[in-house]
Design a protein. Structure first.
Length: 137
């Protein structure tokens, strides 16, 4: 016995709603729960609040206007990196997007409370979002 249009359309709508609900539940259940506030610097973990208390803030001017945040130079200094100017720094986002910068570039930058890094004299490709780690290379 074939279903008529009157019965088929509501049935398909219910199936699509159920699939959508199950997909949403699956995606949310498989999301890794990580403390979004933690930033790893030189193998040490800090929260944005800790960094704000321990470091200097500064305002820089970019081609998108003024950006205020925590001085990256101060973060490297408090993390205990010996000879900061001797190293390069890999800034890694939570999505694994990363950019390597030298000391001269790093010391001009800031990280905002939203965990976004800005540099005044670089391309936007160096502005890493949702920073998870600053590796010393």
């Amino acid at each position: 016995m074939l279903m008529g249009k009157e019965k088929l359309i509501p049935f398909l709508a219910i199936v699509i709603i159920i699939l959508g609900t199950l997909s949403t539940l699956y995606v949310n259940a498989n999301t890794i729960s990580v403390d979004d506030e933690i930033i790893k610097v030189n193998n040490k973990e800090y929260t944005i609040e800790q960094l704000l208390k321990m470091t200097n803030t500064k305002t820089i001017t970019t081609n998108e206007g003024e950006k205020s945040g925590i001085s990256l130079e101060s973060i490297i200094e408090i993390s205990g990196v010996p000879c900061p100017s001797c190293n390069k720094y890999n800034i890694v986002g939570s999505d694994k997007y990363s950019k390597i910068v030298d000391w001269n570039t790093l010391k001009t930058g800031v990280i905002t409370e939203e965990k976004r890094v800005y540099f005044p004299e670089t391309a936007h490709a160096f502005w890493v979002r949702d920073v998870a780690e600053i590796e010393v290379k």
